[in-house]
Design a binder for this molecule. Structure first.
Ligand SMILES: Cc1cc2nc3c(=O)[nH]c(=O)nc-3n(C[C@H](O)[C@H](O)[C@H](O)COP(=O)(O)OP(=O)(O)OC[C@H]3O[C@@H](n4cnc5c(N)ncnc54)[C@H](O)[C@@H]3O)c2cc1C
Length: 399
């Protein structure tokens, strides 16, 4: 590994630069995302104009080092951008997340050739990336994956089925965890391949991309199964040129994914909270705004308090991970608290909106459908508790 600055640990940006970027993102969200989100969600169509605008704004390269064509911004800034985007529509943050995890993996663990090949085109958004770990029979239990890559001279032959690939159809790169060796314990025999694929195509060599998985929420963004049948991948696609490091590499990226989910949960929750604040002051029952009924005002008080606490947690996780420190505990705590809080706040927002909370005409109905993804993606709440408890017990052994 070299000492090239990694995408997750650049110098922190000054407040002025961060504020200027956030102002641009807020304007994009207000002018282009908020007015169109209901349409993209209802039709479950890929929002090409929004993705193109995100590329134009440089959002796909936000954390990629400047020398590889990115903006070289820090993780706290990235997380703040994710919160703003999610406020408009959660799916926009999904376009960034797997892409960002791929950029991180290549920047942190890739060879110099891999960085030069991939980072500039990823930073510009010309190529977008998927992050592929889950399989039909392995999600939480990563060590149980079965997709196998057998080495034959200068290439690997890949066989197996991956699923739940966010961005899996439109991506030109799928960062994929495969089994390269049979080992005990099994997680030691895994490697990461940077699998080149044709964006938008249903087949490419021995790769077949399945139809979009129909989902409760998180619409517009494609989530697909990918089958590998005798698919040849050059050995130069092995991340960092080293086998059997895949489990640790993918887990390092998952921590960033958890920061993304935590920040996007705060964005969705903030939208639900602000919609509720407005509605509660407009809607009258029994001769006064419902905000003046103590039962409703207490809900607002709790929502606002939890929202603020959630934001502090994701910011702390982003700061720690961004400084290059161990941050599995903080990332899991942030992911757990922010995602559960988001779902709770969306449910409270639905109650505050009464019957209108159930109507597609109001954004609460969409927020309520989008929120549960965050308690599952990048590791379920139960898995976050496993990580948190293990770390806390390590830190507090019996003396
Ligand atoms: C919309 C969407 C997008 C996704 N995008 C991606 C993607 O881009 N790339 C990717 O690789 N994956 C992706 N995933 C997959 C996601 O990461 C997994 O669904 C998640 O990790 C859970 O795995 P699973 O579905 O196999 O559930 P399982 O692992 O089968 O878990 C089922 C239940 O058992 C619980 N459980 C499992 N093990 C334990 C344990 N040890 N202790 C206590 N409880 C336990 C879980 O918490 C859960 O409640 C996506 C999923 C969704 C829904």
């Amino acid at each position: 590994m070299t000492d090239v600055p990694t995408p997750s640990a650049p110098d922190p940006v000054d407040d002025e630069t961060r504020d200027a970027l956030l102002a641009v993102v807020r304007r994009f969200v207000a002018d282009e995302v908020v007015p169109t989100a209901a349409h993209w969600d209802a039709t479950d169509t890929y929002p090409e104009p929004l993705v193109d605008r995100m590329a134009e704004l440089g959002l796909f390269g936000i954390t990629v080092p400047v020398r590889y064509g990115g903006a070289g911004l820090d993780l706290v800034t990235y997380a703040a951008v994710v919160e703003e985007l999610a406020y408009g529509w959660m799916s926009t943050t999904g376009f960034l997340n797997t892409h960002f995890m791929a950029c991180y993996l290549i920047g942190r663990f890739g060879t110099e050739e891999q960085r030069q090949r991939w980072l500039p085109v990823l930073a510009s958004g010309e190529i977008r990336a998927a992050y592929s770990l889950s399989e039909p029979d392995a999600g939480s239990d990563v060590a149980a994956i079965r997709t196998r890559a057998r080495r034959h001279g200068d290439h690997y032959v890949v066989d197996g089925t991956k699923t739940w690939l966010t961005n899996g159809r439109m991506a030109g790169l799928a960062v994929t965890l495969v089994r390269t060796n049979d080992t005990d314990p099994p997680h030691r025999g895994m490697s990461v391949l940077l699998v080149d694929k044709e964006p938008g195509a249903s087949t490419h060599g021995g790769i077949t991309v399945g139809p979009n998985i129909a989902k409760l929420g998180y619409r517009g963004i494609e989530t697909v199964e990918v089958v590998y049948d005798n698919h040849a991948v050059g050995t130069d696609a092995l991340l960092g040129g080293v086998e059997d490091q895949g489990f640790a590499q993918m887990m390092a990226a998952v921590e960033l994914g958890r920061v993304n989910i935590a920040a996007r949960a705060v964005g969705v929750a903030r939208r639900a909270f602000e919609e509720s604040m407005r509605y509660a002051q407009q809607r009258q029952t029994f001769g006064r705004p419902i905000a003046e009924h103590q039962a409703i005002s207490f809900k607002l008080a709790e929502m606002g308090t939890k929202l603020t606490a959630a934001r502090l947690l994701y910011q702390e996780a982003a700061r720690k991970k961004g400084r290059g420190e161990r941050a599995d505990l903080e990332a899991s705590m942030a992911k757990l608290f922010c995602s559960e809080t988001c779902w709770e706040i969306c449910a409270e927002a639905l109650r505050i909106h009464g019957g209108n909370g159930y109507a597609s005409e109001y954004p609460i109905e969409r927020l309520y459908r989008d929120a549960p993804l965050m308690i599952v993606g990048e590791g379920t709440s139960e898995i976050q508790k496993v990580v948190i408890a293990r770390r806390l017990l390590e830190e507090h052994p019996l003396r």
